[in-house]
Design a protein around this ligand. Structure first.
Ligand code: FAD
Length: 458
């Protein structure tokens, strides 16, 4: 079916990707229906589960800009200019993220962001939001989806032209598609989980840590991080093995939890005033990567965001990638009156290698955050990266920066990152400080091995 013959898009999931996509589609004249299993979060307070705040980077910001929503979101986002490392003895070291002050990442509130996106979708006449509607099945011949509401009862059917699965890592649409086609789904659970804690505002209502940094307590096999919230609290996340010593299972009871926290995070414990209650009440979340070989079915359904490619959170890119998906999806639609299947094929082709690349980089980044950042050689490497970036801005850009501050496709960032790593290895083989680096050789290597970076599309 051609786009002009099927103008209704039915989205499963009114989370981050689903609600942004609804806005982008309705602005293009599509009729959009969104089915969300949870109640309207604008009525019931903060969304339960998942992380409380998120790092928003240029890819996500660009998609929000395209939807005309960035200014509103920026009212409650907080710029973070680098990683603030907390050593065991309490010493603090700031490692800037970018080559200068303009390169920052942004801490934003998940529930508030979701509410902004839903408000924007609600303002558009073309969008109808159905809350308390859980997708439970698809009749592909009749072109209907079945949804249930809390309280049980019969499922009800809704007609669709095309379906988009934005229903997250446990996607019900992906499961329904898998019954009729081979998507090649691979789920890799990480053997580490996470627990969220809170540093509330201090006396006088002020932040208890520097709010313009992402705080990290790297401890080798595990780590803790803290991101600022607009209400002057910090959301703290402890990442730790599920089993083992130390591991979440071993830390089931209070005295052991407190001992562990005091031993490894002595400067943070006095700030987390509800430590005991939060250990008791907050669930340990699972982390994993989902990769699929196929994201669509017969011009009828397509997946995006976590439903297509969930990644571990260590590069702070899952939402950013999901937003980039939305922007890329509508770009595929903007090419003319194609049939839906060609749009889905095109979308998958543009995104799938990139999704796999960010999945790999996110896994690698766990090792960097919990261990490498403490190594003086890592610091020297970072300093050299920024120096090469200053000397060769059109060719050498640190991989972290390519991912966070640019919109170069992830797969290309990954590929350039590999070449750059080899250049850095060679330059640092015989150098213990920046003064000892042979910058003539650096220029030769950079010019010979890295093609000029193209200007990113507007
Ligand atoms: P989701 O946000 O999961 O939304 C899916 C929606 O679908 C939900 O509203 C859900 O209720 C609904 N739904 C599910 N099943 C059904 C159904 N059967 N029927 C109807 N509706 C359904 N990303 C970043 O970019 N930066 C970060 O700093 C970051 N930090 C993170 C920290 C942690 C601890 C975790 C776990 C993730 C983090 N992420 C981060 C990743 C980010 O949360 C996800 O990538 C993002 O939420 C994906 O958006 P989505 O819309 O695809 O899925």
């Amino acid at each position: 079916m051609r786009i002009s013959e099927a103008r209704k898009v039915t989205i499963a999931g009114a989370g981050l990707a689903g609600s942004l996509l609804a806005v982008l589609l309705s602005r293009r004249g599509f009729a959009v229906e969104v089915f969300e299993r949870n109640p309207d979060p604008r009525g019931s307070g903060s969304a339960a589960g998942r992380s409380i705040n998120l790092a928003l980077a240029e890819r996500g910001r660009h998609a929000l800009r395209e939807a005309g929503l960035l200014d509103e979101v920026d009212q409650y986002t907080i710029p973070m200019r680098g990683r603030m490392l907390h050593a065991l003895d309490g010493e603090l070291t700031l490692q800037p993220y970018g080559k200068d002050e303009s390169e920052v990442i942004w801490s934003t509130h998940r529930a508030r962001l979701n509410r902004s996106l839903l408000d924007a979708a609600d303002r558009d006449e073309g969008v109808t939001l159905y809350f308390d509607h859980k997708l439970v099945g698809v009749d592909w011949d009749a072109r209907t989806i079945a949804c249930t509401s809390p309280g049980g009862g019969e499922s009800h059917a809704h007609e669709f032209d095309v379906l988009v699965g934005a229903d997250g890592g446990g996607s019900a649409l992906r499961a329904a598609m898998s019954e009729v086609t081979e998507l090649g789904v691979r789920e890799e659970l990480l053997d580490h989980g996470y627990l969220e804690l809170t540093i509330p505002p201090g006396p006088g209502g002020y932040y208890q840590l520097d709010p313009h940094a992402l705080h990290i307590w790297p401890r080798g096999g595990f780590m803790m991080i803290a991101l600022p919230n607009a209400d002057r609290s910090f959301t703290v996340t402890l990442f730790l093995a599920n089993d083992g010593d130390p591991g979440f299972r071993q830390l089931e009871a209070w005295p052991a939890q407190e001992r562990f926290m005091r031993e490894h995070f002595p400067d943070a414990v006095p700030l987390i005033t509800g430590l005991r209650e939060e250990f008791r009440e907050n669930p340990v979340g699972l982390l994993g990567t989902i990769r699929c070989r196929g994201w669509h079915y017969r011009g009828l359904a397509v997946l995006l965001g976590d439903a297509a490619h969930a990644v571990v959170p260590f590069h702070g890119q899952g939402m950013n990638a999901a937003f980039e998906d939305c922007a890329e999806f509508v770009r595929c639609l903007d090419q003319g009156d194609l049939d839906w299947e060609s749009v889905f094929v095109d979308f998958q082709q543009r995104r799938i290698d990139n999704a796999n690349a960010i999945a790999d980089m996110a896994l690698e980044n766990y090792g960097i955050m919990r261990e490498a950042v403490r190594d003086p050689r890592f610091l020297l490497r970072k300093t050299l990266e920024h120096e090469l970036e200053r000397r060769h801005p059109d060719r050498f850009v640190a991989r972290y920066s390519l991912v966070m501050f640019h919109r170069l496709p992830y797969a290309e960032a990954y590929r350039r990152g590999e070449i750059q790593a080899e250049i850095l290895d060679e330059l640092l083989e015989r150098a213990d400080s920046l003064d000892e680096v042979d910058f003539d050789r650096a220029a030769e290597l950079v010019n010979a091995r890295l093609v000029q970076l193209l200007q990113e599309p507007g």
